[in-house]
Ligand binder design. Sequence first.
Ligand code: ADP
Ligand code: MG
Length: 289
Amino acid sequence: MFDLFSRGSRVRGRIASAPPPSDPVHDAGSGGMEAMIDLRGISKVYETDAGAFTALTDIDLQICPGEFVAVVGKSGSGKSTLINMFTGIDNPTEGEAIVARTQIRALDESQMAEWRGRNLGIVFQFFQLLPGLTLVENVILPMDLCGVYDPAERRERAMHRLAQVGVAEEADKFPAAVSGGHQQRAAIARALANDPPILVADEPTGNLDSRTAETIFALFEALVAEGKTILMVTHDRELARRVPRVLTLADGRFVDDVNASASRHSKAVSYTHLTLPTIYSVVISLVAV
Ligand code: ADP
Ligand code: MG
């Protein structure tokens, strides 16, 4: 039997075995702690038939290891574009993204695939499981692609992941044969297949009923407690107000960074003089805009 978190295990908010940063850029802007996600002056301009469209403007963001961050904002405010900028799905027009100590821009395409496979798990609103593979085969796939773990143990590891998210009994079914909630759980298991330190989720509960959304959220909370760093884009105000740090995007800029433990983040608004219920009501009113 092996420990699913053996590679990623750490004390909350601290990487247990991280070497000191080799480049000072990594250690700046996060109160002395090396940021897990470090975005500096990111802008994104799309060239369209109607002309240039600025989707993100001068985004600075530092997310520490073990943080759980929600990004909220109206449709079209730039949330998915933001995710694309630090997952290597797309390139910023300006600025730097340093994620898990790696300068994203420096990676070529094959390095990017390998790096992403080991460092990032990505969960989407519509699950995006491969329909021709069973749930367990979907979870094994990233292990095969990255060549992590001995081939003989990949299936057992994948089964552990499915058990962790509560769908082990559905392992040999195809995605179409299980509910949306179970598909999303399997997609989370797939995102965790290579035990990445970071989980990024773009509207992960957007296609689920509220009870199922609640179970997915509880799963994220458990993963943060295990040491994962999670950035979740959501439209769900009820869920967002339960996340310790909530960032609001409007027209490609952050208009608020509300942090329940503001002291660690130089850019966060300090709400430490407020009681927790008051903080929550501030967050609710912000996401209600
Ligand atoms: P959100 O995820 O918050 O709904 P997006 O990041 O998807 O917003 O989009 C932000 C803005 O950028 C929107 O106005 C959208 O139309 C525009 N946009 C997104 N992707 C492209 C693209 N590939 N080409 C042109 N415009 C785009
Ligand atoms: Mg989006």
